[in-house]
Design a protein. Sequence first.
Length: 586
Amino acid sequence: MFKPTAFKRILFFLSFDVVLSFFTLVLSYNLRFNFQIEHRYFEHFLLIFFVITTLKIFYINFFRLYNVAWRFFSLYEAKKLLYAHFLTYGSFVFIYYIFQDSFNPFPRSVIIIDMFLSILFIGLLRVSKRFILENGVISNETMKKTLIIGANSMTQTFLKESTNYYVETIVDDSKMVVDSYLSHVRVKHLNDIEKIIKKSDIKSVIITKDFTTSQLNKIYQRVNKAGVTDIKVLYVSNKSLDLKDLSVEDLLARKPKDLDKEKIQSLIENKIILVTGAGGSIGSEISRQCIKYGAKKLIVLDNSEFNLYTICEELPQAIPVMQNVLNVEDLDKTFKLYKPDIVIHAAAYKHVPLVEANISEAINNNVLGTKNIIDVAIKYGVKKFVLISTDKAVRPTNVMGTTKRICELYAQNSNGLGTEIVAVRFGNVLGSSGSVIPKFKKQIENGQNITVTHPDITRYFMLIPEACELVLQAGAIGKGGEIFILDMGEPIKIVDLAKKMIELSGRDDTKIVFSGLRAGEKLYEELLIDESNADTQYESITVAKPTFYDLRKLNEDIAKLVNSKDKLKLLKTIVPEFDHRLNSSS
């Protein structure tokens, strides 16, 4: 009940502004008539009070003074309060001369007296808490002592609107702002962060500046070492500021520097796009990007009713198609009806252990489903086809990776039949369904130990939005036949990821338990077998060497694979580098 909120702050100031306005107007009358007022002058008092107070509240709100936290009312806000009063009483004079008969008898000198009294009392109310805090009359123990990293406009807005944090100091790495003041809070150098935290007994850190991933990791390590675990990031959400806990995704984000949004827009804008697997982690983000970059029409195709419902609730302009990629007749009708310009194929079974336990279903869905989509796309003259592939297709040790490698082979060798077909290969995306990060988060929340398969296991990681934008960028530059590889940065040890997530959670009771490698799992993933065949104009995107496989022979081999009882043997025939691993040893 007593927890401060923005709504309570507005209600508090609004109430006091009304009360003080009533008080100053009464006092103005009394001062004007030396405390001996004839009754007739009070005849229209309530009307005058209502008009002045309504105007005052309107202009104070117009200058957003109700959004300023009590303790951060500064000279800048005082100036806006003056403007609000000048406009209030100027407007009242204008109204008075238009409707004189409604106000008279009214002593006009009261307007001047009331304006100065209102500025004085309403101004004193707003600076009172700051005066009390800065002079040590009351303490700030009810609010967290906070250090802000980053001196910028976001910080200034946060200082004015925050109610739960007492900002002790701001730090920044720019010499332009160090030793200056922001809303009367001193800005110090980032290099002194540990000393400031310990000296001021800082309990919370808020990051408002956009740092590189490397810089952010160093800041996190220094803050964490200094004993602060409550670390938050200030960001813009729906045009307003919001706070979120610093996450492992923030610390692992790649943030590619050569993202070419114009190139992506040239691929998507005013095109009819069909996305398969549109309700999944990758497919749903691809769909969002298509809307963002101006697709003329977006068809979202998925076999899962719930996934399709979810993405359509988020993107109501999308056209839902609930179909299975194995049903060629249904696909044929969809392509004939909507005539897509571009197809992005994200539908696949991707979870390695589940695929190992359901090999036939995985081959049907991944290999035959991809073949169906490519064949129908070529039949209906789709201009460009983008296949989402994976680093597990390189020297595959599991069925999932092998099926995706066959998809790459079919895509690459089907090119040239009227549709530009490209594949894009990348590693794990942060936060996708079934990935380690959501799994670890759930284990930590449930008070369980984190299970890691092996102390040396490593993986590449990238944020889903960044990966999807690079997929579209690769699709835009592709001419057909390429397998593009996204730069995933350096591989990360899963055990280090687990340790970092435990640190961020503040749960000292969480341990790491090694469970052994699962069937089909290998210690590290690769994005290339050999060196890439060619660079592109973008550092984040390279091209793998092409692999020729006679298309007629590949079609025959896929047909044999689907109908064979010994599917593992035929997988090995099509992908000779397939090294199937069944046990928990590396």
